[in-house]
Every structure is written in C-alpha cells, then in structure tokens.
Design a protein. Sequence first.
Length: 107
Amino acid sequence: MAAASDADQSIARGAIAYVFYCAECHGANGQANPAKGIPQLAGLRVADLMRQLSALSAKAPDRHAQLLARMDQRDLAGIADYLASLAPPPASAIQREQRGDQKMRAN
Ligand code: HEC
C-alpha cells in the first residue's frame, strides 16, 4: 500500500531529524519535563504541532525560528509525523522519568 509506506518513510525520516534538531531539549521521546519548562510533544497531532511551531516562530527570533529556518521542509513534516506517531506516555511513566532526570541533575 503506497500511502502507508510513504507515511512510514516520513516517520523514519522524522525520527532521525527529531534526534538531530529537537531531542537535546525535548528528550528522546518528546516527553514533558516541567522542571525544565519543556512541554510534551509526544502524541501531538500534526496540525497542532505546526500551529504551535508557527506561533513560537512568530515571537522574537528564538531557537525554534532559527531551527525551522535551517530545516528541510521534509524533515519538518517528518518530525510532525514522528511525534504524532508516538503515544503519549501514561502519567506514571512521566513522573518516573522526571524523578530520574532530577536525580541525574542533582549528582
Ligand atoms: C534549545 C532547546 C530546544 C530545542 C532545540 C527545541 N525546543 Fe521546542 N521548546 C523548547 C522550550 C523551552 C519550549 C517551551 C516554550 C518556550 O520556552 O519557548 C519549547 C516548546 C515547543 C513547542 C510548543 C509546545 C506547547 O505545548 O506549547 C513545540 C511544538 C516545540 N517546542 C517543538 C520543537 C521541535 C519540533 C523542535 C525541533 C525541530 C524543537 N522544539 C527544538 C526548547 C527547545
């Protein structure tokens, strides 16, 4: 089925681009980290991600606008598909991850 394999390719491309451009701040799985002011990206619908990114980029030249300006449009579309494909984690898993992060920073 051509449509499915196009989507898979976009997700695969996006997974790589996400690690390259976004994971440094947003974490490997796009999970929230309130301690660092990081909102959750995993599970975002494509339209919502695009809307939020253009809202962020409309602000004073910030990190997101600079990233988006450098980025191949197919990478951006792939990132959107990749994030939409990630299931939002259960709240208990988010709390575990945050506790782990805080421990690592304390050391
Ligand atoms: C240098 C750190 C950093 C990088 C790199 C980064 N972000 Fe962010 N992002 C943040 C922070 C911090 C916020 C919270 C809002 C703010 O402070 O601008 C945010 C907010 C967002 C939001 C808004 C979510 C919401 O719920 O409002 C989206 C969408 C987003 N980032 C997507 C991305 C994507 C996609 C990439 C990679 C292309 C990326 N970000 C790269 C730090 C980063």
